[in-house]
Design a protein around this ligand. Structure first.
Ligand SMILES: C[S@@+](CC[C@H](N)C(=O)[O-])C[C@H]1O[C@@H](n2cnc3c(N)ncnc32)[C@H](O)[C@@H]1O
Length: 266
């Protein structure tokens, strides 16, 4: 882990941050007044935002469990967010106690909480790096210390790609990482879409821009190419609540504005 004191100094509480706003939407405790104000401004435009956040989180749980049951035991999760139980390592190490999980996020507040994330099973590995998707090579250099890239890895980027806009070429980022993973690896993605309520997303982007983030919601047609060259697992691309639903889900049936998919690299 990098120096948390250094990162703690960088925490800017005066402007909203996506990780802290998401924590607020999930009912967590790690947010400041600027985050709450921005989050409530979003809730006025999009009253179901907390349900959507939970539907997203629950998709991550189901997709990770699905892959752990398939025998995947190495996970690289980028854009991890502030810890919210259960976290990905708790889901997969509950199925496969020796599973290795590497987390990365670019928000210093997530780094501050990484110590909590690091408590995985004694048999498995749970590691965290402060890193940015736009500099994914640094994340991969760290991940190689813990994951064996000669064996399949599940790459998950769950509700984080909408914070990477076109000048940074998010498609190239995803395909470059996948190109370095061996056959048998998987890609797990969720992504905010503007398609169900096109009129609100420019205003939501304007709220995120008060801080360091932009919100680039995408259409289904813009989401699909992230999976180019990969084989989508059934049921293909769906909204988050419709992907392999289970009776345990707290958010069911709602058409949340999030497209999701899980795909295999043959
Ligand atoms: C909406 S939260 C999702 C958290 C978690 N993946 C989940 O689905 O519950 C988005 C996260 O992506 C992180 N993020 C945004 N842009 C990023 C980037 N360029 N590199 C790494 N992380 C990023 C934010 O800091 C935030 O923690």
């Amino acid at each position: 882990m990098t120096d948390s004191d250094f990162a703690a100094d960088e925490i800017d509480t005066s402007t909203p941050h996506s990780a802290r706003m998401y924590d607020y939407f999930l009912g967590g405790k790690d947010h400041y007044a600027a985050d709450r104000k921005a989050a409530e401004d979003i809730r006025r435009l999009f009253p179901q935002v907390s349900s959507a956040a939970w539907a997203n989180r629950e998709f991550m749980h189901r997709a990770s469990a699905f892959l752990a049951h398939k025998g995947i035991d190495q996970f690289l999760d980028i854009g991890t967010g502030i810890p919210t139980q259960p976290n990905l390592h708790q889901v997969v190490q509950g199925i496969s106690p020796t599973a290795r999980v590497v987390y990365a996020d670019n928000d210093p507040i997530v780094l501050r909480h990484a110590q909590a994330l690091l408590r995985g099973t004694p048999q498995g590995i749970t590691a965290y790096v402060h890193g940015d998707l736009r500099k994914f090579e640094d994340i991969l250099n760290f991940a190689r210390e813990y994951l064996d890239f000669r064996r399949p890895v599940a790459l998950s980027i769950v509700s984080a790609l909408q914070f990477v806009s076109e000048p940074h070429n998010p498609y190239r980022i995803v395909s470059s990482i996948m190109s370095l993973l061996p056959p048998g690896s998987y890609l797990v993605l969720s992504h905010v879409t503007w398609e169900f309520e096109p009129e609100i997303w420019d205003r939501i982007d304007a709220i995120y821009r008060r801080g360091k983030d932009t919100m680039r919601a995408r259409s289904r047609a813009e989401f699909v190419p992230f999976f180019d060259g990969l084989e989508l697992c059934a049921p293909g691309i769906t909204v988050a609540t419709h992907w392999r639903p289970t009776p345990q889900m707290r958010i069911r049936d709602e058409r949340v504005p999030l497209y999701v998919g899980v795909a295999l690299k043959r």
